[in-house]
Design a protein around this ligand. Structure first.
Ligand code: IPE
Ligand code: IPE
Ligand code: MG
Length: 237
């Protein structure tokens, strides 16, 4: 080990995958795996705080996940409400501010109310920003941004030539957040599944075979160490 301090990414994004396989391996329903995955969410939040990561984004439900059976979708929506409501004390104690990316128009009213409540409750905290990607899809996000910019051009408030990377970034759901430098995916899948296509353009990707309910501090630390060993060139030499 060198004594050089490791560079810590400001923003870590995680595709939390493998809950269903974890449950199946135990002869349980998929929802049992999702419930077990909540402990890994909390362990990751604590690890992010301990390592001084400033933004943690968790892919919780994709625009494609609506294809799953109603029972699983409804169970997940209820679980999101429960998890958000159940961890207000942790967020307060640790100074965790919540934020959501993705669509709100297709989520159940009880979940949207819970989201608005936790946003208000944690608005003044700044140690860690916990970004929950809910009904999030990168293509959907880019389409919404494109429409918004097109409307501004059409109404004469914006010149098309003024659309640059900074304006595009600030039109996305992640406006104001730094791009993730590290993206972790659990369960071994080598794809990005419509997660943050614009923002991950230069992220380092670490895939671990660990299924999400087994993911813990050691996996988080291992990913940070792997990040520290990567040589980031950004197209230069
Ligand atoms: C990830 O676990 C959680 C969500 C997509 C909500 P999966 O449910 O995708 O688990 P696997 O991939 O089927 O094992
Ligand atoms: C990605 O996992 C979405 C979330 C983790 C919320 P999926 O399990 O839905 O992705 P695919 O189907 O393997 O690409
Ligand atoms: Mg999956």
């Amino acid at each position: 080990m060198s004594s050089q301090p490791q560079p810590i990414p400001q923003h870590v994004a995680i595709i939390m995958d493998g809950n269903g396989r974890w449950a199946k391996a135990r002869g349980e329903e998929r929802l049992f795996g999702h419930a077990a995955g909540v402990a890994s969410v909390i362990r990751s939040v604590e690890a992010a705080l301990a390592h001084g990561v400033q933004v943690l984004t968790l892919y919780s439900f994709s625009t494609e996940n609506w294809k799953r059976p109603d029972s699983e979708v409804n169970g997940l929506m209820r679980l999101f409400v429960e998890v958000i409501r159940g961890h207000i004390d942790l967020f307060r104690r640790q100074g965790v501010r919540l934020r959501f990316i993705g669509r709100r128009d297709r989520l159940p009213a009880a979940l949207v109310e819970t989201m608005d409540w936790i946003l208000a409750e944690t608005a003044s905290f700044d140690r860690l920003t916990l970004v929950i990607a809910l009904d999030y899809g990168g293509r959907d996000e880019l389409l919404r941004a494109a429409r918004k910019l097109a409307e501004e051009v059409q109404s004469g408030h914006l010149e098309s030539g003024a659309i640059d990377e900074a304006l595009m970034s600030s039109t996305l759901d992640t406006a104001g957040l730094p791009d993730p430098e590290l993206m972790i995916r659990s369960s071994g899948e080598l794809r990005t599944s419509n997660f943050l296509p614009w923002q991950l353009a230069y992220a380092e990707i670490v895939v671990t075979p660990t299924l999400w309910p087994d993911f813990g501090e050691a996996d988080f630390r291992a990913a940070l160490n792997e990040f520290g060993r990567r040589q980031r060139r950004f197209g230069g030499l």
